[in-house]
Write a protein that binds this ligand. Structure first.
Ligand code: UT7
Length: 308
């Protein structure tokens, strides 16, 4: 769906969307559900890493748009892929879902409990987007990304992770109706309260500050400096947030990966989608230090430092 397509639906313009957000297109997964997207990404990840299905001992899936209220999307992926040797569960951490899921996988592996985990970030946000609300519908898109995390000898891998949240800001980005607090009732006009509602400008300032702090924390805790980092793979929410982050932590935009123009904000899918594209484009070399950082509804944020 292009910005021109959205101009026909709400009072907006390609100029406004591109200049305020950096987004030109987003993907809408018509005819597919969240687990379908996850299965495609996960199948590619298993293939790319040469992992057999029975090696996967844990499936951790970050999403706020599961197929069903119950069971988890991770269990649906497990059933669809026949990953019968795994424990599967979802992580509800909005746009930070992949970072949180990765940090859980990393802890289980470091503790020696498991050897291989499949970590997925996936969203079908278009189902929960209010296409009458120009504040949100121009931003969000659908997508999926996945990685296999393995126990290996040597100094490469996940060096450290930092995750944090602040529930005082929960109403800056939320869906009010559809949960236990406000269950659906028939023939009631929800007026968009069952879709995603967002106070973008308040989130913007907190996002820049906390993404910068999280990035610096994982770098400094590892005894490194920003100059040691080869690439930052940030959550693709808004190009202006990403540029402000780069300025604040004093890293050149050449070292920051961007694909927001093609996908918009895909929440938990955003970081693994960007990581995969950065990798396939040859932007990440063996031994590089990579920082992934995200921010989302909760409010919630986190970062991971990886030696590739
Ligand atoms: O995924 C992680 C969580 N979410 C985020 O990180 C989102 C962070 N926030 C943002 O990305 C930005 O705040 C937005 C892109 C959502 C909005 O950009 P902004 O520069 O903060 O705009 P604004 O909300 O302050 O609105 C400025 C003006 C308003 O008009 P007036 O009051 O100045 O006349 C809005 O009504 O722009 C108007 N506006 C639009 N105009 C055309 C808002 N949305 C649109 C639109 N098209 N789609």
């Amino acid at each position: 769906m292009t910005n021109a397509d959205l101009e026909k639906i709400v009072d907006t313009s390609d100029e406004w969307i591109a200049s305020r957000t950096g987004i030109r297109e987003r993907r809408i997964a018509n005819g597919m559900v969240t687990s379908d997207l996850a299965v495609i990404a996960a199948t590619n990840a298993l293939e790319m890493s040469g992992t057999a299905k029975d090696e996967i001992e844990m499936i951790i899936l970050g999403t706020v748009t599961p197929d069903y209220r119950l069971p988890s999307a991770a269990c649906v992926v497990q059933q669809k892929m026949g990953l019968n040797n795994a424990a599967a569960f979802d992580v509800v951490a909005a746009c930070t879902g992949f970072i949180n899921a990765l940090s859980i996988a990393s802890s289980y592996i470091e503790n020696g409990n498991i050897k291989k985990a499949l970590v997925i970030g996936v969203e079908k946000l278009s189902t929960f987007t209010n296409f009458k609300d120009r504040n949100t519908c121009v931003i969000f898109g659908d997508g999926a990304g996945a990685v296999v995390v393995s126990a290996e000898e040597g100094d490469r891998g996940i060096i450290n992770s930092f995750i944090k949240s602040d529930g005082r800001y929960l109403k800056l980005l939320w869906s009010e109706v559809g949960g236990a607090a406000n269950p659906y009732s028939e023939s009631f006009d929800f007026n968009g309260t069952d879709k995603i509602m967002m106070n973008g400008s308040d989130i913007f300032k907190i996002a820049v500050k906390e993404m910068s702090n999280a990035t610096l924390k994982v770098i400094n805790d590892a005894g490194l400096t920003v100059d040691d980092i080869s690439i930052v793979v940030p959550h693709q929410a808004n190009i202006r947030i990403i540029e402000s982050l780069a300025k604040r932590i004093k890293i050149s935009m050449d070292k920051v990966f961007l694909n927001i123009a093609k996908y918009g904000n895909t929440s938990a899918a955003s970081v693994p989608l960007a990581l995969d594209e950065a990798n396939r484009e040859g932007r990440i070399k063996d031994g590089d230090y990579v920082v992934m950082v995200a921010f989302g509804g909760g409010l919630i944020w986190g970062a991971t430092l990886v030696k590739w």
